[in-house]
Write a protein that binds this ligand. Structure first.
Ligand code: PMP
Length: 354
């Protein structure tokens, strides 16, 4: 820390992203990216745009907001595009939380929520998931806090029914409920259809997972017009040009090719069922997943050791040190070939004890 770093941030523990090795010597199953390249249309649209890079992008992202709204069955005024969904989550902490509206989220959920709370000096409560890693709806009723729910949740992969989220929305009419649907396209139940009925609901989604665009950084929020206006106040007070022209072009290309996205999601779900089945045959406990990853542990292999030995053998998965989940690993679902490499490596390393 330099002697110039303000005391406001000196105590901040930043979010630790998954490893992004420069050389692709690993089978990379650690950051929930899509194993498939972006749609060909994304490449084509982007190539056409490079000549206009001398100009600033459209700060309102009108064409893209209209296309995303169409996909979601809402109007463009209900959409805000951001630099990854991380950005809209931060905007939501800034816009809808303070001393009088503390944040609340699960004890085991997306690790960026406590960082955003600390960054913005917002008090927060971590509400323990039950013994099956599920949200206990009763814990969220009438709590007078701004609620953040990753649904499906990460790193567990478990989803919560929309009717339960609706109960939480109804029981907290004076607080915003943010539903982070980063993984919803792999089998979750979206809350977008509730937007018209609940003025306290903000749903966030991303192009990073199902749409193969993690490198382009694009996320979006869907909410009633008033919430979107508040979030725009934050956006225009931080970075009006938060979406660059190339990302916008790539996203328009991706949205012109929905069959490709759907096909990839289906393949990931098939590979997930296959991987979970094979891991279970080896004695792993695998949580039911509605995402593009599985969360698994083995009674005879420590979580940290499995992570380390797979890494030494060219397979990168994600291990978290939090006590409650230290025996688990989060494994991104890749291509069938990648999953076979993972499974064969585990068999080779642990064949004797499985
Ligand atoms: N929410 C959850 C639950 C996530 O796991 C991630 C990915 N790290 C994000 C949001 C943010 O993704 P992005 O900024 O790439 O849209």
């Amino acid at each position: 820390m330099s002697r110039f770093f303000t005391s406001r941030y000196a105590g901040l523990t930043p979010y630790t992203p998954g490893e992004q090795p420069n050389r692709m010597e690993y089978v990379k199953l650690n950051t929930n990216e899509s194993p498939f390249p972006p749609s060909k249309a994304a490449e084509e649209y982007t190539a056409k745009f490079t000549r206009a890079l001398n100009l600033y992008p459209d700060p309102e992202c009108r064409e893209l907001a209209a296309a995303v709204a169409k996909m979601c069955g809402v109007e463009a005024k209900n959409i805000l595009l951001t630099n990854g969904s991380d950005e809209i989550l931060n905007f939501a902490f800034m816009a809808f939380c303070d001393e009088d509206h503390p944040a609340a989220f699960a004890d085991l959920t997306y690790g960026f929520y406590p960082v955003f709370a600390q960054l913005n000096r917002i008090p927060y409560e971590e509400i323990p998931l039950d013994e099956n890693f599920c949200i206990r709806v009763e814990d969220y009723l009438g709590i007078g806090k701004t609620i953040f729910i990753a649904n499906p949740n990460a790193p567990t992969g478990i989803c919560l029914e929309r009717s339960k989220i609706e109960q939480i929305l109804q029981a907290n009419p004076n607080n915003v409920v943010v539903v982070d649907e980063a993984y919803v396209d792999f089998g979750g139940e979206s809350c977008i259809p509730l937007i018209g009925r609940y003025s306290n609901l903000l749903v966030t989604q991303t192009f990073s997972k199902s749409r193969s665009m993690a490198g382009a950084r694009l996320g979006f929020g869907i909410a009633c017009e008033e919430l979107i206006r508040d979030l725009n106040t934050i956006k225009y007070s931080t970075n009006p040009y938060n979406i660059n022209s190339l990302t916008m072009a790539a996203a328009l290309g991706t949205l012109s090719d929905p069959d490709y996205t759907q096909r990839n999601c289906r393949t990931v779900m098939e590979n997930r069922a296959y991987t979970a089945g094979e891991l279970q045959k080896m004695g792993f406990e695998v949580l039911p997943s509605s995402t593009n990853f599985v969360f698994a542990k083995h009674a005879k292999i420590s979580g940290a050791e499995l992570y380390q030995r797979l890494k030494e053998n060219g397979v990168l998965i994600r291990h978290f040190t939090k006590e409650r989940i230290a025996e688990y690993n989060r494994i991104t679902i890749g291509t069938r070939e990648q999953m076979d490499t993972l499974l064969e490596t585990i068999r080779r390393l642990y064949g004797g004890i499985l």
